[in-house]
Design a binder for this molecule. Structure first.
Ligand code: F6P
Length: 362
């Protein structure tokens, strides 16, 4: 039997770069003579009948670095502590399947788990650690909202996708002299909106960290018109809120996080009413999660995957691999569980936006 049997899990929403982590971790594990496995479709499969683990060998990870998604599959209803099931009446009920998962982990003679995920996955990881599963975490989310790491894998690709899309919409805005509102993802933080908005030279950027006031946006539109610029590009984060207003929520399915959306449409309609100018909205949605990872995300993902194996090899468990400048570091997963990294309002990126005249809605 191999010296170690290690499983890899991809949890929560997919992000470009997941497959590169899987490849690097697999190859780095195999080169140490270990057996590597992937958990199929997230933790849920570990608690159900059927194929739970996918053996990962050289062939399984061939040519996957450049692929979006995850070859293992992922699931939003995969929290083992709050797993939704349909009962005989067809109604959803929540069960704690964590002991079942721990038992299966032991039955499979696994020595370690590499958990690739965002805030939800790290919260689950911190609870599984308490139940005795040795875990190394890898930070993934296009939202870039995990604390203690400069960047999360997937963010760079999402930014490029959003920037390219906003660039294209800008030409239409100018041609039609319209107000165009582009809603981007990011959950409760404005990393994607701010960075993609700045890169694509948007005129207004609305982020959850800065509640917005329509008066200020209208003023910006007027000021542009006075300079002969009769179109306005607005980038709004899905979690942005109006001053004294509420977050735009589409709904919440059992066992899943609430689904945000609708603020782009709201802003476009309201600006049409307030200015009389033709306004349209575009929701970029899951486009931002797909596609081939950028070279920055590929390299980061490969580094994170290999570092995770080095941590397992040293028995340095219950750590999250983070980026700090040009280096990788390991911090306790418990340090970040349940926390969110917001855009710092005193940071230079917000300051840059203000200095070059971008309206942030306040
Ligand atoms: O966390 C990544 C993310 O894409 C968020 O930006 C977004 O709010 C959410 O996931 C959407 O989740 P779902 O794919 O479940 O609709």
């Amino acid at each position: 039997m191999a010296e170690k049997r290690v499983a890899i899990n991809t949890g929560g929403g997919d992000a470009p770069g997941l497959n590169a982590v899987i490849r690097a971790a697999t190859l780095a594990g195999i080169s140490r003579g270990w057996e590597m496995f992937g958990i199929r479709n997230g933790y849920r499969s570990m608690t159900e009948e059927g194929q739970r683990l996918v053996p990962l060998d050289r062939k399984a990870v061939q040519g996957i670095t450049l692929l979006g998604g995850t070859i293992l599959g992922t699931a939003n209803r995969g929290n083992p502590f709050e797993m939704p099931f349909k009962n005989e009446k067809g109604e959803w009920e929540i069960r704690d399947e964590s002991d079942h998962l721990v038992e299966e982990f032991k039955n499979q003679n696994l020595d370690a788990l590499i958990a690739i995920g965002g805030d939800g996955s790290m919260h689950i990881a911190s609870k599984l650690i308490k139940k005795g599963i040795p875990i190394v975490g890898v930070p993934k989310t296009i939202d870039n909202d995990l604390p203690e790491t400069d960047i999360t894998l997937g963010f760079d690709t999402a930014l490029s996708t959003a920037t390219e899309a906003i660039d294209k919409i800008t030409t239409t805005a100018e041609a039609h002299e319209r107000i165009m509102v582009v809603e981007v993802m990011g959950r409760y933080t404005g990393w994607i909106a701010l960075h993609a908005g700045l890169s694509s030279t948007a005129d207004v950027i609305l982020i959850p960290e800065i509640p917005f006031d329509f008066e200020n946006i209208v003023e910006k539109i007027r000021e542009r018109a006075e300079r002969g610029r009769y179109f306005t590009m607005i980038v709004v984060a899905e979690g942005a809120v109006e001053k004294n207003g509420e977050r735009h929520v589409i709904g919440k399915a059992v066992g899943q996080a609430e689904q945000l959306g609708g603020v782009g449409e709201y802003v476009a309609k309201k600006l049409n009413e307030l200015t009389g100018q033709e306004s349209r909205h575009v929701v970029l949605g899951h486009l931002q999660r797909g596609g081939s990872p950028s070279s920055t995300d590929r390299l980061l993902s490969l580094r994170l995957g290999a570092e995770a194996i080095r941590a397992v090899s040293e028995g340095d468990f219950n750590k999250l691999i983070v980026t700090c400048g040009s280096e990788l570091k390991r911090i306790p997963i418990s340090d970040i569980a349940g926390k969110t990294k917001s855009v710092p309002l005193d940071g230079d990126v917000v300051q840059t936006a203000r200095d070059i005249g971008i309206c942030l809605g306040d």
